[in-house]
Design a protein around this ligand. Structure first.
Ligand SMILES: Cc1ncc(COP(=O)(O)O)c(C=O)c1O
Length: 439
């Protein structure tokens, strides 16, 4: 694939021209669609081309064929549903994101974007009033944030009852109930369907005359299900009325009954960023998980949502990936289940984990010049040791992490280091695997 500027520049400039014209038109163009579905289909449904097309033509065709079929939803004059626009910096950064085209799943695959993600999480927690120790994930929207948070809830509640859902699944597991108000968003239902809890697990509770869940109805429902694993879903910004549940009262009630509290704050959680509106969220910081969107009130481009879980271990244990080509705390692959490892050891996603090389490549060495000077990592009986420029040796992966910038955690550093050591054979230094994995 060519990376020549002469190939990219003309097509990107064309996009800039089209984009600027579109953004300007949003000021007074109709917000609704001006063409029919049939017109759009007849324009767009061309036969699959057998040959490549000039990139500039692709862009011009795209703009011409979609004309009249784009809603003016980012315009500020669109009042249907809860849909955001894009602020200039957010839009421009989104272009860069596509340009950089990083696989941000691992630090090793995208060091800078992994750190950006970390900082996003920190800033968002400050803005939204979420405890600093909560875990954080970037997801595609509030829907997948619910799935993420409720997966953590499912894991935690069943584990507390002695059931390892990640190993055994839900067959024979205690039945989880989800207690919430009748105005809950449809994405909650889809989340429980995806998680195998089934629509019938939802108990819709009546709301008061302000569309809020009352402590009376919640208490009654919790008492009826005393001893069962229960999730309570509260609303920060009801989609129909905008109302906020009385968090302080309801969360303490739910916790008295050992329920997990999840807050659907797709747009309402942002009230915390305003000193005038913050009071709506009083007490919400005591919840167990929170979901919100970036593509609504924050006005960043689609798709962008955020998930936060107070119990970071439950989050990781429910969603971490184990595979034969990854190394986890000295164990390769899936032979060791997440539930069987000491959860507290890996608190947080950051630099608190332990990197251990697999026996296969004991003695493998990795080196890198970093801010802190020359750093080397080597394995000693399969255990990672780090060494600084001054020659100080330490068994701490933390010091290696700090000096070399490796995020040592089960899923990142151990993976990065294992990749660098084990897969050098496959990728070799020439492919940049070793330095990338350690920087
Ligand atoms: C209250 C509420 N929850 C959840 C969602 C789902 O969000 P998303 O479409 O980003 O997945 C929405 C979307 O409008 C919402 O308003």
């Amino acid at each position: 694939m060519t990376r020549e500027r002469s190939v990219y520049q003309p097509v990107l400039e064309r996009v800039l021209t089209h984009a600027a014209a579109h953004l300007e038109s949003l000021q007074d163009a109709p917000v609704s669609a001006l063409v029919t579905k049939e017109q759009l289909r007849s324009r767009l449904a061309r036969s699959l081309p057998a040959r490549g097309t000039d990139p500039a033509h692709v862009i011009d065709d795209l703009v011409a064929d979609t004309a009249g079929g784009l809603l003016g939803s980012p315009s500020g004059r669109f009042f249907g549903w809860v849909i955001g626009g894009s602020l200039p910096a957010a839009l421009a950064a989104d272009w860069l994101t596509s340009t950089w085209d990083q696989n941000a799943a691992l630090y090793a695959c995208g060091p800078a974007v992994a750190v950006i993600e970390e900082i996003c999480g920190r800033w968002l927690k400050q803005l939204l009033g979420i405890p600093e120790k909560a875990s954080f994930a970037l997801v595609t929207g509030c829907q997948m944030s619910h799935v993420t948070c409720l997966a953590a809830a499912r894991h935690h509640l069943l584990e507390a009852g002695g059931w390892d859902v990640e190993t055994k699944g839900l067959w024979g597991a205690p039945r989880i109930c989800l207690l919430t108000g009748t105005h809950r968003h449809g994405s909650i239902e889809r989340a429980v369907r995806l998680l195998g809890l089934g629509r019938e697990c939802i108990v819709d509770l009546p709301l008061d005359d302000q569309s809020r869940l009352s402590s009376l109805s919640l208490e009654k429902a919790l008492k009826e299900r005393e001893g069962d694993p229960n999730i309570v879903v509260l609303q920060a910004g009801d989609i129909n009325t905008g109302s906020f549940d009385p968090f302080r009262e309801l969360i303490s009630l739910a916790h008295e009954h050992h329920a997990w509290v999840h807050v659907d704050g797709a747009f309402g959680l942002w009230a915390n960023a305003s000193p005038k509106l913050r009071h709506f969220l009083n007490g919400a910081e005591a919840a167990d998980s929170w979901s919100t969107d970036g593509h609504k009130w924050l006005n960043v481009p689609y798709d962008c949502g955020y998930a936060f879980v107070a119990n970071a271990n439950a989050h990781r244990d429910s969603l971490s990936l184990r595979a034969s080509y990854l190394t986890h705390g000295g164990v390769t692959g899936s032979s060791r289940s997440p539930a069987s490892r000491p959860a507290s050891k890996f608190a947080g996603r950051g630099i608190e984990g332990e990197g251990v090389l697999t026996p296969r490549r004991k003695g493998a060495e990795a080196q890198r010049n970093s801010e802190g000077g020359f750093v080397s990592a080597e394995s000693e009986n399969g255990r990672l040791r780090s060494r600084s420029a001054t020659g100080q040796a330490g068994s701490t992966k933390r010091s290696l992490a700090l000096r070399a910038g490796v995020r040592v955690s089960e899923s990142h550093a151990a993976h990065a280091i294992a990749l660098s050591a084990e897969r050098e054979d496959y990728f070799g230094r020439g492919a940049g695997m070793l330095p990338d994995a350690l920087c």
